[in-house]
Design a protein around this ligand. Structure first.
Ligand SMILES: NC(=O)c1ccc[n+]([C@@H]2O[C@H](COP(=O)([O-])OP(=O)(O)OC[C@H]3O[C@@H](n4cnc5c(N)ncnc54)[C@H](OP(=O)(O)O)[C@@H]3O)[C@@H](O)[C@H]2O)c1
Length: 326
């Protein structure tokens, strides 16, 4: 049997419970993974609470878009992979029916990549979603270049910390935004050139001060909400880009008047495209090999503590990724 986390109704973390199900069999062109560790994402909370961007199937819905494990069975026609290969899951567009919070997972072969050398299971579970999102947004969409000033909101999130490292790897200048002074030193140690604390700094004024009045070339925003229009005025007029990847503040977001390029980014744009996955994996492998990229792990929970892991996510005091081992 295989242990799987499911929920029958949306709500608090307590709706999550573990059931035993038959171990799934891979079909043609599929592999079965023995999952070792799962990355917890904000999307999981949204789906669990009924804020999913798309309808989900209830009862018995599953959760999770991120995992690493080893291949333990091959479907017919699969040749490139062998039983025992350590891999990372690259996309789960159907998490309510095939979520990663499970002992076993069956996927098409084009939804896995080899686990980068130098990462253990915990680190590998913390890699893909955050780094593919930050890379896809900054490099593929916003065309980040060396010397660019990149303003990163929610910088202590897994996506934010990945963006800081990727900006440094490219030679750009990451300016981190947090709401809390207590996180400033951690963000500087993580590679931020400067940290703007919204408790007492004005983000627009601070950005202009840190960029000699030019403004940020790129703003990577996970917050949106009512502050979006003002945030947009921290970007360089005409040539600046504001790219939003999240909506941590659920309040209405006014459309900015600032004359800049605005992009709304979903990482599925790239993680469901094999050619883009190849580029992302090559970039991440190079960064891990040189030490420029290193996932930040906040806390590791065992699967039996999945409810506590979701409470920890909701408390919002974490820095980096919450990982669950299976
Ligand atoms: N577009 C995509 O494809 C994609 C993929 C993955 C993730 N995302 C999005 O990226 C964002 C970050 O995700 P994550 O899983 O890395 O981290 P996360 O756990 O969602 O981020 C936690 C951090 O965000 C900041 N934060 C939380 N609520 C906030 C609010 N109302 N206003 C301002 N800041 C707030 C806090 O940092 P401070 O306390 O330091 O302010 C907190 O520590 C989420 O919005 C997620 O949905 C998008």
């Amino acid at each position: 049997m295989s242990r799987v986390v499911v929920f029958d109704e949306t709500g608090t973390p307590e709706v999550l419970h573990i059931v035993d199900e038959p171990v799934p069999t891979p079909g043609a062109g599929e592999v079965r993974l023995r999952i070792e560790a799962v990355g917890i994402n904000r999307l999981d909370q949204m789906v669990r609470t009924g804020m999913s961007p798309r309808p989900i199937r209830l009862p018995h819905a599953r959760l999770g878009v991120e995992a690493t494990g080893t291949i333990d069975a091959l479907g017919a026609g699969v040749q490139r992979w062998a039983v025992g290969d350590p891999v990372i899951v690259t996309a789960v567009p159907d998490m309510d029916t095939n979520g990663t919070y499970a002992e076993h997972l069956v996927l098409p072969v084009d939804r896995i990549i080899a686990r980068p050398a130098g990462l253990d299971a915990t680190g590998a579970a913390a890699l893909w979603v955050a780094y593919s999102t930050a890379y896809g947004a900054l490099v593929e969409k916003a065309a980040m270049r060396p010397g660019d000033h990149v303003l990163i909101t929610a910088a202590s999130s897994a996506v934010g910390l990945a963006a800081i490292q990727i900006a440094n790897q490219i030679g750009a200048i990451p300016l981190a935004v947090t709401r809390h002074t207590a996180k400033k030193d951690t963000l500087l140690a993580a590679g931020a050139t400067a940290v703007i604390v919204t408790d007492h700094d004005d983000v627009v004024e601070a950005t202009h001060r840190l960029t000699d009045g030019a403004g940020a070339d790129i703003i990577l925003d996970s917050v949106m909400g009512p502050g979006l229009a003002e945030l947009a005025s921290a970007a360089t007029p005409f040539s600046g880009t504001l790219i939003t990847v999240g909506w941590l503040d659920p309040g209405p977001a006014p459309f900015p008047a600032a004359p800049i390029t605005m992009i709304r980014y979903m990482s599925f744009e790239h993680t469901l495209d094999p050619a883009a996955v190849h580029r992302i994996a090559a970039f991440l492998n190079a960064g891990i090999r040189t030490g420029a990229l290193q996932p930040t792990i906040d806390t590791v929970f065992p699967l039996d503590d999945i409810v506590a892991a979701h409470h920890h996510l909701e408390a919002g005091k974490h820095i980096g990724k919450i990982v669950v081992t299976i």
